[in-house]
Design a protein around this ligand. Sequence first.
Ligand code: ADP
Length: 493
Amino acid sequence: MRYILALDAGTSSARAALYDAEARRLVLEAVPVERRFPQPGWVEQDPEEIWQAQFAAASKALARMGADWKQLAAIGITNQRETVIVWDRRTGHPVAPAIVWQCRRTAEFCEALRQSDQAARITELTGLVVDAYFSASKLWWILRHVPGARERAEAGELAFGTVDTWLVWKLTRGRNHVTDLTNASRTMLMNLNTGAWDPELLNLFDVPACLLPEIVDSSKVVGVTSGEVCGAEVPIGGIAGDQQAALFGQACLWPGMSKNTYGTGCFLLAHTGDQPVTSGNRLLATRAANLPGEKRFALEGSIFIAGAAIQWLRDQVGLLASAAESAAIAQSVRSNGGVYFVPAFVGLGAPYWDPHARGLITGLTQGTTRGHLVRAALESIAYQTRDLIEAIEGDIGRRISELRVDGGAAANDFLLQFQADILGRPVVRPADIETTALGAAYLAGLAVGFWKDLDEIQRRWKVDRVFEPSLGEAEREELYAGWKQAVARCLTR
Ligand code: ADP
């Protein structure tokens, strides 16, 4: 029996899954990874713990199947994006904790940069909006603040990587120093169009080129695991950042196809084909996972508060015992009763971009019940998604015909039905909603011929349920107009 192993290095846990030739997930094991908050707004992880947890998850998954590393046809890696690790090339020791994507320690530096005349140029080169979120300013911070780091970097003694780079380095015992195009496109150091490190950006963030990994295709054998580490030499065949892996795992392989991941927030990605699309709505242009010899791009939008609104009703307000019961409670009322909930807890992102907006609930009457409030919270996730879909369609100049969905809150049938209703197009939930790991597995399997081509991936992708829109256009637009009115009330400008 031969398997593909997917390593999914998430922010809160390291996960490992095994797939058979039918692309069926046979096992999934997770090991928690700690985050540390040494100062307000700072988020760190221990790179060694990231590696140990990932290796432990893989070992557990193999043990669960009674399998061995020798039975692996290939390994695929997907990871939390933007997180920065710098280590000594000779000893392999990190010079500082990993600075996690959520970390805001460089917010001030980035704010100054955003106000400067360089901001537009950075966006032009990278497709990204200047923000502390991306790797470049985090790497800048390490070189500036860790004693000796800059000198050692310039002497070629150090290596930089995102989490994928670090895991490949560990698995191969330092033989391979690589990152894939999707991860590199989130560093703010890569030229989005050419797919190479950009000298202008390196200069701007003061990064010596000798620190950087080689940028490789997402589906390609980049090395083999060290026999001393894993007990076998297994090809590492796929690498992609988590959201791009999910896009691939959803078999959104051609222009116009899109997926939305409903978790704490939402991540919506639309495939835009072989040309980068610049956004008029400050959405991010990024690389989609690619096979050798091709260029693939995507537009990405995110919603800050999605499932977190349900969590808030449960944990802060005490209106729900569990997130899962929100579906039944929302369905206990026939309509939203005129109630809208704008969960702008941390401001609003695309297409409004108002960091100072705060949440509100409108349309309350004496007849408003718990059902209306819960329903309004779930509906807000769907309205925000429509906002993003419209922004993306405006940018790409074509209609998105259906939306594929995954993530924890995609288990909620009420939410997905309402999503279809408010979009006026089908919402499709696949049989395997662990699409991130599946995408990494697909990329690795394609690289070693375990699976043949993209058509096979498309065929293997299976639907669980299609939610067809059932609202008339007039009703749909009336509801959406109500949402727009509520949003207008909470905007600060
Ligand atoms: P993340 O990966 O962002 O941590 P998950 O994909 O595990 O999140 O999804 C968890 C989020 O989804 C939580 O915010 C939770 O409130 C929400 N959620 C989980 N199940 C449901 C459900 N059945 N209905 C609505 N929201 C849900």
